[in-house]
Design a protein around this ligand. Structure first.
Ligand SMILES: *Cc1c(COP(=O)(O)O)cnc(C)c1O
Length: 471
């Protein structure tokens, strides 16, 4: 007999000699929702899991996310080599704790904290946790001030004022902490925080106003300087001052390099805290985030805990306890490796690519451009009403997916939810040549849709239930 199928027992006995793709494990479904009884060879387990993830698409072509999909091999190496370090264990890993502290200092400097400011900050897993901390500090500080002034604390819920272009983490914050979320609506003429009406939402129960540096949906920056002036005037005439937290998840590591003269940070008097995602334009793999308070006085002492550190004690305000420090080390690697000039070159290139894509899409004359790549490097557009196409942006998103590109279409937030837009987020790893290829594929997809005959839905503008992209 030339061929005989080995029994399971026979195969198991000789796994070392058997090629992975000839192994029993690769000849049967893998246990998915139950724990397997017998162990597998590590190479086989690695291969099976790697293959299980094969259909997730090519992350570099995912133009939907702000989260980094590329780091240099040396960064990956040092991150892999430091996975065991526990970010919270400052006495076991004092040097790692110092690297975190260096990052906080570098970031505070990028955000123009002045010599006179006694800033304080921490790493987090992402901006969501950083916003949570920023919001909690606003709430505690407000309560302390309100108590001092004799305000009836329980007469009403405290509130937070933010534009309706907020990221979902703020909704979570308000739910977790029982805070009324006061939304300043976006509209066609105000695609970022509306300064004409924002003060209508502010009162003595306002714990703070959140300004967004890079609205997730459209990429627009709120006018933080204008908001600061409004609140300065308000604070001059009211007992209970209202301060600003800036949610700079995407812009916080971008604007300082590309628009250093734009005032949105600690140069503004009423900006007391800022968060950013290290894994967005800080250029680190997920997840690392940062929050910095301009001065310790804006971070109520109830939120600072002391952990032992080399026989002494070190303040921590982190929300997480144990987690790997490798992302923090990756952040420090990038700062050291790229420096100011390196970050500027990368971001400038990224912006050039975004502006190129915006211009090319505009040239088709089919779309109205909402963001042309000039704030944070994202481009978003809607289909012009009068072009009379039989297809929608959802169809276009599907079609372009055939070339591997992920470019989602989704409705704008409340008040504008009838508007369907499509968005491209440009990251460092999208080169001009890749963008040229993308545009070629994009135009081809339009051509194919124009000549397609099958319609899968009645109305081309119908909202097919896609939700916003929030990362
Ligand atoms: C991405 C984003 C967040 C959440 O950040 P994570 O780092 O993903 O937790 C919060 N706010 C804004 C404006 C964002 O763009």
């Amino acid at each position: 007999m030339l061929y005989s199928k080995k029994t399971k027992e026979e195969k198991l006995k000789s796994t070392y000699a058997i090629p992975i793709l000839g192994s029993q494990a690769s000849d049967e479904p893998i246990p998915q929702y139950t724990l397997n009884e017998a162990p597998l060879d590590p190479e086989i387990a690695y291969r099976l899991i790697k293959d299980d993830l094969i259909d997730e698409g090519n992350a570099r072509q995912n133009l939907a996310t702000f989260c980094q999909t590329y780091m240099e091999p040396e960064a990956v190496k040092i991150m892999a080599e430091t996975l065991e370090k526990n970010a919270i264990d400052k006495s076991e890993y004092p040097q790692t704790a110092d690297l975190e502290n260096r990052c906080v200092n570098i970031i505070a400097e990028l955000w123009n904290a002045s010599e006179a400011d006694d800033f304080i900050g921490t790493s987090t897993v992402g901006s969501s946790e950083a916003c949570m901390l920023g919001g909690m500090a606003l709430k505690f500080a407000w309560r302390n001030r309100a108590q001092e002034k004799g305000l009836k604390l329980h007469a009403r819920k405290p509130n937070l004022v933010i534009s309706s272009g907020f990221q979902v983490c703020w909704e979570k914050f308000c739910v977790y902490w029982d805070i009324e979320m006061r939304l300043v609506p976006l509209d066609e003429n105000h695609m970022s925080l509306n300064l004409d009406t924002v003060l209508d939402y502010v009162d003595e129960y306002t714990i703070g106003v959140v300004a967004i540096m890079g609205i997730t949906y459209t990429g627009k920056y709120d006018d933080v300087e204008g908001l600061d002036q409004l609140l300065e005037a308000y604070n001059q005439t009211h007992d209970l001052p209202v301060y600003i937290h800036v949610d700079a998840a995407s812009g916080g590591m971008f604007a300082p390099f590309i628009e250093p003269d734009l005032k949105w940070d600690f140069r503004l008097k009423n900006v007391v805290s800022i968060n950013t995602s290290g894994h967005k334009y800080g250029l680190v793999y997920p997840g690392v985030g940062w929050v910095v308070w301009k001065d310790k006085k804006y971070l109520p002492s109830e939120l600072i805990f002391n952990v032992s550190y080399l026989g002494g004690s070190l303040p921590t305000m982190a929300i997480n306890f144990s987690r790997s420090a490798s992302q923090i080390i990756g952040q420090y690697y990038n700062f050291l490796r790229y420096g100011r000039i390196g970050y500027t070159c990368i971001h400038q290139k990224t912006r050039d690519v975004a502006v190129f894509i915006g211009a090319e899409i505009e040239k088709t004359e089919l779309f109205e451009i909402y963001n042309d790549g000039n704030n944070i490097p994202i481009v978003c557009w809607k289909l012009k009403v009068d072009v009379n196409k039989q297809w929608s942006l959802y169809d276009l998103a599907d079609r372009i997916r055939m070339n591997g590109w992920q470019v989602p279409a989704y409705p704008l937030p409340a008040n504008l939810s009838q508007v369907i837009i499509q968005r491209v987020v440009v990251r460092q790893d999208l080169t001009m040549q890749m963008a040229i290829q993308f545009i070629k594929d994009f135009k081809q997809a339009i051509k194919e849709l124009d000549s397609a005959h099958i319609l899968i839905h009645g109305k081309a503008t119908e909202n097919q239930g896609a939700s916003g992209f929030t990362h």
